[in-house]
Design a protein around this ligand. Structure first.
Ligand code: ADP
Ligand code: MG
Length: 264
């Protein structure tokens, strides 16, 4: 076996990492949205992807999942190409990007999460409905199982989509701004569920908007703004210096002081 065989076809990206990328470049037309990005997320941890609006955070998740094409770069999920491990990944897209008018109930949305594991040809049984109900219960939505999804509040819709992700029993959970536009009770419910996933040994990676809760919620952070600005454990990578680099003048000094205090 040669050295290159040992490092594998994906160029030596860490095979233990639930998501590792190297040299990821994505453009929309001529305009780059991500440029030569490297990242290695740790297994069994909660990681945040942080950066200003338009930094390329959603683009990163979509490109990592092969939902949009990349110009260049390598991506592995647990050391494998994404296509070989799709059944180990659950993705909760940004809520604003979902069409909420489709006529379906909360429990049907969760059952969609089960289809991936069952295969479409398998009949949905009472047992599957019980499993779906248990997932709704875990996010505090058991009483809303038969509600039309379009009739739920933003926070309730977000909980239902998290329940669908739970039904997938994935090893890697990718969420795009799961707390955007939700009430405080929903935020707490979601963070509790994400922490329980971590306690079960699963890996969670979330695009996160609220800088003030990064140190409290997450173990690891990737700061981006078109390029990687910093990556690592919160104490090392989430500092006034790295934040200033990522956000430029957009963060006030008082904000930075407060963040530095909460991170230490
Ligand atoms: P973030 O999630 O960090 O706010 P995005 O990944 O959504 O940023 O977008 C990064 C950049 O790419 C932005 O400038 C955005 O306007 C642009 N962009 C995103 N999606 C598209 C698209 N489908 N077509 C053209 N430009 C896009
Ligand atoms: Mg986004």
């Amino acid at each position: 076996m040669t050295a290159s065989d040992q490092s594998g076809a994906e160029g030596g990206l860490d095979p233990r990492s639930p998501l590792a990328v190297r040299g990821l470049t994505v453009t929309y037309g001529e305009k780059p949205a991500l440029f030569s990005l490297d990242a290695t997320f740790p297994a069994g941890r909660m990681s945040a992807i942080v950066g200003p609006n338009g930094a390329g955070k959603s683009t990163f998740l979509k490109a990592a999942l092969d939902l949009i094409p990349r110009v260049s770069g390598e991506v592995t999920v647990f050391g494998r190409p994404v296509d070989q491990v799709r059944d180990r990944i659950a993705y909760v897209p940004q809520r604003a990007s979902v069409d909420w008018d489709f006529p379906t109930t909360a429990i049907d949305v969760v059952l969609m999460g089960l289809y991936g594991r069952l295969g479409l040809w398998r009949r949905i049984t009472g047992g599957h409905r019980d499993q779906a109900r248990a997932c709704l219960d875990r996010v505090g939505m058991a009483d809303f199982a038969d509600r039309q999804i379009g009739q739920l509040s933003g926070g309730q819709q977000q909980r239902v989509f998290l329940a669908r992700a739970l039904a997938q029993e994935a090893d890697l959970y990718l969420l795009d701004e799961p707390f955007a536009g939700v009430d405080a009770a929903t935020e707490r419910a979601i963070i509790d569920v994400l922490k329980s996933l971590k306690d079960e040994g699963r890996s969670v990676i979330a695009v996160h908007h609220d800088l003030s809760t990064v140190p409290q919620y997450f173990d690891h952070v990737l700061l981006i703004n078109l390029r990687r600005v910093a990556e690592g454990p919160i104490a090392e990578a989430f500092t006034p210096e790295t934040l200033t680099k990522a956000y430029g003048g957009r963060l006030a000094a008082t904000q930075l002081d407060r963040l530095a205090l909460s991170a230490s």
